[in-house]
Design a protein around this ligand. Structure first.
Ligand SMILES: Nc1ncnc2c1ncn2[C@@H]1O[C@H](COP(=O)(O)OP(=O)(O)O)[C@@H](O)[C@H]1O
Ligand SMILES: [Mg+2]
Length: 303
């Protein structure tokens, strides 16, 4: 497909990224970042997710609105908006801990209807909705951010549903990045993008392997660099751009993201209760994934 403005819906996680030492918070989270960057790269982008009517939730909504992201599928729920605590070590972002708040939700019929009219849906590991990927894939192309998942059995479960599989491969060698991309393709993904921080990125598709070096910058804050790269890649693939062209654009855009604090700006004074913070390990161990469509039917039947 080569429409000028691909329609992308990002479904799932959001947070405010909190920098405690600076007492600043920035709208973010994988799916919010993806929607904002996709919009900046020319897509018609929507973000579907859940926040609360608190300072953080309003900051996320207002930033999406200011960026031209459609928030008609955003819901406000009672509780606390999700947050992530970020430390900055010489420009490199480090995840300290988080609380997912109300951000982990199942899609509504309205979300699914919108997906069926979109060119792609983006989601990822942080959204904890893997059980829905087959349904999403039956409606549109799926872009899935595996983040640091590298286990082939895990990849094999999700890759069959992926148009684009994204991997955060900072620290990986070229061979390791290639192995990840090939694992995704072998298991059914059409494209796989592995970013390797300052070592650049590699896109693997049926037509071959494409690589780009990182643009040389001295990073201020690398938060959101991978999301920038994946969003630019998805927009480019949907527009049928040549891989070398979209990779070069993606590397330039990702480098720019490294030059400002937060993922995409819109910082505000920190206004959130961080006492409920959990370590990322605790979150990945204890978060109950959203039940899939089949499980939900069972719940209804046994009531
Ligand atoms: N220190 C850096 N210098 C220049 N570019 C960078 C740097 N860190 C990241 N990038 C760019 O951002 C992309 C994504 O970064 P990466 O660290 O792989 O993602 P993640 O956000 O998942 O950690 C890289 O492929 C590169 O283009
Ligand atoms: Mg990185």
């Amino acid at each position: 497909m080569s429409r000028k403005a691909p329609r992308i819906i990002a479904f799932g996680d959001n947070v405010v990224d909190c920098y405690r030492d600076q007492k600043r918070m920035f709208p973010g989270g994988n799916c919010v970042n993806h929607a904002v960057f996709a919009r900046r790269f020319g897509a018609e982008a929507a973000y579907a997710g859940a926040v609360c009517d608190d300072a953080a939730g309003r900051a996320i909504r207002d930033a999406c609105l200011a960026e031209g992201v459609d928030v008609s599928l955003l819901r406000f729920m009672p509780g606390q908006t999700a947050y992530c605590v970020i430390a900055n070590e010489n420009g490199e972002r480090v995840f300290v801990g988080a609380n997912l708040g109300v951000s982990i939700i199942a899609p509504s019929q309205g979300d699914l209807d919108r997906m069926s009219r979109a060119d792609a849906v983006h989601t990822g590991r942080s959204s904890h909705i893997d059980a829905w990927l087959p349904r999403f894939a039956s409606l549109t192309r799926v872009s899935y951010d595996f983040a640091t998942i590298r286990d082939e059995a895990h990849i094999a479960r999700l890759a069959p549903h992926c148009f684009l599989a994204g991997f955060s491969g900072g620290g990986l060698s070229r061979e390791e990045a290639l192995a990840l991309g090939e694992a995704a393709l072998r298991n059914g993904a059409q494209w796989a993008i592995t970013t390797r921080g300052e070592d650049g990125a590699m896109l693997v598709g049926r037509g071959g392997i494409y690589e780009v070096p990182a643009a040389p910058v001295v990073p201020v804050d690398t938060l959101g660099a991978g999301d920038t790269f994946i969003a630019r890649t998805l927009v480019g693939l949907l527009r049928d751009e040549a891989p070398d062209v979209l990779l070069s654009e993606a590397a330039t855009a990702a480098a720019e993201t490294c030059l400002s604090p937060g993922a995409f700006g819109h910082g505000a004074a920190m206004d959130i209760d961080l006492t409920t913070m959990l370590t990322l390990d605790e979150i990945y161990r204890n978060t109950r994934p959203v039940a899939g469509p089949a499980d939900m039917k069972e719940i209804v039947l046994t009531r």
